[in-house]
Design a protein around this ligand. Sequence first.
Ligand SMILES: Cc1cc2nc3c(=O)[nH]c(=O)nc-3n(C[C@H](O)[C@H](O)[C@H](O)COP(=O)(O)O)c2cc1C
Length: 334
Amino acid sequence: MLKIGNTEFGDKPVFLAPMEDVTDPSFRYMCKKFGADLMFSEFISSDGLIRDARKSLQKLELFDYERPVGIQIYGHIPEAMEKAADMVNSVKPDLLDLNYGCPVRKIVARGAGSGMMQNLPLMEEITKRVVNISNIPVTAKTRLGWDESYKNVLEVAKLLQNCGIHALTIHGRTRAQMYKGEADWTLIGEVKNNPDIKIPIIGNGDITSGEIAYHRFEQYGVDAIMIGRAAIGKPWIFKEVKHYLKTKETLPPPGVIERVEFAREHLHKSVEFKEGMRGIYEMRRHFALYFKSIPNFRETRLRLLTAQNVEEIEQVLDFIETEFGGVELVTQNL
Ligand SMILES: Cc1cc2nc3c(=O)[nH]c(=O)nc-3n(C[C@H](O)[C@H](O)[C@H](O)COP(=O)(O)O)c2cc1C
């Protein structure tokens, strides 16, 4: 039974990974609906927060129904991270997560994200300061290491544990791998099963089905798993995975009519939370994936992805319902 701070997560919990430009309130709404046990915000720049940048401040917005929810911040300047952590504390998420895994060049170049895996004294200073100033549990998310020849995640885990973090998520890739190749869970398992490691370890990387989730729990003994890309355009993966973990049975994928219903709900949340056209633009990547496995869908997809307002999108969704509602979807929409 996993517990982080005062929050209990039950057995074999399934978390939603933080994803920039994806895990906004509307997407979190959908993932919560399908049973995600813990969700994270998109990462937020500590510099942006303390500069009062509007985009960063907006990302602090949380709703009670989505709890438990964590906010993730990144940065390389200890004072900025401490101040940003204080701001995060004031909106009272259930967790504050530190990003020590982002591989993006412009972030790593300043020593933030996974760049921090090469500067453990700075990682230690930032983590200690954030833990000290926080009255909510602090967690962190990292990778296996910098590259194939420098996989220091065990050292990182010990250091972070000593700084007082409450849990660590490990994505089974190095910085050099970015998102390429297969995630390697061996080292995640070694950290989890190291006798010096007492904090919960959350495993992440390439979980795309209930069966894979089941085997990752069984083989590596992690305290929770975290799903990222496989939830995009498929928030019902949480229901599928949780069902499989309970019963070892695979649920059939939702049919077209259900997908239309989910797409509608997601769209309405998106335009409710985002101003102007942003609520529509940001739905496009999701729409493309919601209906990915429908045959002969090209023209309709184009109409859906170029519609300029909610009414137009609703018309296309109505059309999908009547035209494709009876289509049987055999694949899992991956
Ligand atoms: C579009 C996108 C945005 C991401 N943004 C973040 C982020 O803001 N913070 C973070 O810690 N990881 C971020 N990640 C990494 C994911 O959280 C996750 O570690 C990675 O995708 C591996 O998990 P998966 O195989 O289940 O997708 C992002 C990944 C993607 C694909």
